[in-house]
Design a protein around this ligand. Structure first.
Ligand SMILES: Cc1cc2nc3c(=O)[nH]c(=O)nc-3n(C[C@H](O)[C@H](O)[C@H](O)COP(=O)(O)OP(=O)(O)OC[C@H]3O[C@@H](n4cnc5c(N)ncnc54)[C@H](O)[C@@H]3O)c2cc1C
Ligand code: SF4
Length: 474
């Protein structure tokens, strides 16, 4: 146990974010870091509960109390090793995980959980700085060849483990750079791409083969893939965005969130975008449709572009601000989430559905919305009812559709491999993440539907352990 009375002696202290007036002029990471001494005191707050609910809440099953203790004692290397024993990339989760562990922490009963996520980031940063994270190439090669398709967190985790197990692993990526949504979805102000590049250097030195600009199913056919590799892990994400097929959808100024966010990530990486294709929020009234994290990232990016105004609307009711009796501790609470992007300036609306987009000469000028109510039917199911006389127009010259993703893209690779899909369109696997085709495994959003980085990492790890077991039997 870190410090028997730490939770009584020290208050929760977060590193906090850079001042709004500074950060909205750049795309640098918003969150700051605490000094090592303060960080150790934060670790001292861990009570090492008999039943560590944090460990239960963490999707990778991180052994949190144990590494809080090591952090408190200043044993950075051992803390880092323990962290990496269940999570290949704590530098990603330490920055962008919504930290269900903290929601489950016993100290959250008093709204002051241990700063688990920030402690995680601090350990892995110190481990990189002190040179503890070194390439760990396998001692021998098995002669088996594995293809991992898609280089998001699931594919990266699976490829890392299978390569370290001695198989010759090729990680294929359709885009021009490795990382999946970490690279071309999540904005730099949440996750600097230098953090991904730093890890990729280690993985490359371990002998992992990266093949970018390669769309499997097109540049390499499914048949060739099956012939050339002994096992395959599909980690192609859930990239099919949910559309809003209403009048005016075709107007200039209505885009999917990912078109906007990916472009911005590419600009920051130094790429040039054709000015005719560039989506800019500068001096525009921006309407973000969809109240989730992707929408919040659009808000932050629009403010950094210099938008005139930013409005984010959501079809569901506003969640409770603090406690929600329907989701008590230690469960994930369904409560109002206010991100750093919201704090930077944004009008938010709930119970609003978009009826049509209005334009002039092909250019978006506004969106007609109507208020809705959620009534319960006889079976207790919620049904949406439009409130009469509540139609109004929100003026906007840019509308960003951020209503989530429906499923992985079936056409091409998945269909060609003969994959089966569940009723949500995700790839069906058994409990070993193995599909009906014996040598094909699947992981991450491809199986889960759009989810979280930490879940993708866990899923990639499980697929890799099972694929390794399979490879030992053939
Ligand atoms: C804007 C945005 C913000 C988010 N923010 C957060 C956050 O803050 N915290 C969090 O935990 N989660 C966040 N998420 C969710 C998280 O990014 C995803 O759950 C996670 O990246 C899924 O990982 P994955 O490896 O399954 O797939 P992905 O990251 O989607 O990667 C799939 C990769 O497969 C490639 N691919 C697809 N088909 C082929 C093919 N045929 N050949 C070769 N390559 C192919 C794609 O190009 C892509 O690079 C966010 C998502 C979005 C969209
Ligand atoms: S991965 Fe996420 S849930 Fe797990 S310990 Fe880190 S911040 Fe908490």
């Amino acid at each position: 146990m870190a410090h028997p009375k730490g939770f009584l002696l020290y208050e929760r202290k977060e590193a906090g974010n850079r001042p709004i007036q500074e950060r909205i002029y750049d795309f640098g990471e918003v969150e700051q870091t605490l000094n090592a001494e303060d960080r150790k005191l934060q670790a001292a707050r861990c009570m090492d509960c008999g039943v560590p609910y944090c460990n239960w809440g963490c999707p990778v099953g991180s052994v949190i109390p144990e590494w809080q203790d090591l952090l408190y004692r200043g044993e950075w290397k051992r803390a880092s090793d323990l962290l990496h024993s269940t999570n290949d990339f704590p530098e990603f989760t330490g920055r962008i995980c919504p930290a269900p562990c903290e929601k489950s922490c016993t100290l959250n009963l008093h709204d002051a959980p241990v700063t688990i996520r920030e402690n995680e980031a601090a350990i892995v940063e110190r481990a990189f700085a002190d040179g503890f994270i070194k390439p760990r190439p396998p001692k021998y090669r098995t002669g088996k060849k594995v293809a991992v398709i898609g280089s998001g967190p699931a594919g990266l985790s699976a490829a890392t483990i299978l390569n370290r197990a001695g198989h010759t692993v090729t990680l294929f990526e359709r885009d021009d750079a490795i990382g999946g949504l970490l690279r071309y979805g999540i904005p730099d102000f949440k996750l600097s791409k230098k953090v991904i590049d730093r890890r990729l250097k280690i993985l490359e030195a371990e002998g992992l083969i990266f093949k970018t600009n390669t769309e499997v199913g097109k540049d390499i056919t499914a048949k060739e893939l099956m012939e050339q590799f002994d096992a395959i892990v599909l980690s192609v994400g859930a990239m099919q965005p949910r559309d809003l097929p209403v009048e005016g959808r075709e107007l200039n100024g209505v885009y999917y969130a990912m078109q906007f966010l990916t472009q911005q990530n590419k600009v920051i990486s130094g790429q040039t975008i054709d000015p005719a294709q560039r989506i800019l929020a500068k001096d525009k009234n921006v309407l973000v449709i969809g109240g989730g994290d992707t929408g919040s990232d659009c808000v932050g990016t629009s403010n950094r572009h210099g938008a005139k105004s930013v409005t984010q609307i959501e079809i569901l009711p506003k969640p409770p601000e603090k406690k929600n009796p329907e989701t008590p501790w230690p469960f994930w609470p369904t409560i109002l989430k206010t991100s750093s992007s919201h704090e930077e300036g944004c009008e938010r609306g709930w119970n609003l559905t978009t009826k049509r987009f209005i334009g002039e000469n092909g250019q978006l000028k506004g969106a007609e919305v109507v208020e809705v109510r959620w009534d319960k039917d006889a079976n207790g199911r919620h049904t949406m009812v439009e409130v009469e006389g509540s139609k109004r127009i929100i003026p906007c010259e840019l509308a960003l559709l951020s209503m989530g993703f429906t499923q992985p893209v079936h056409e091409g690779l998945l269909d060609d491999l003969g994959m089966k899909y569940d009723n949500r369109g995700n790839v069906v696997t058994n409990d070993k993440l193995q599909t009906d085709v014996a040598k094909v495994f699947a992981a991450g959003d491809t199986v889960l539907g759009a989810s979280l980085v930490v879940r993708a990492i866990y899923s990639g790890r499980q697929a890799a352990f099972n694929a390794d077991e399979y490879l030992r039997t053939i």
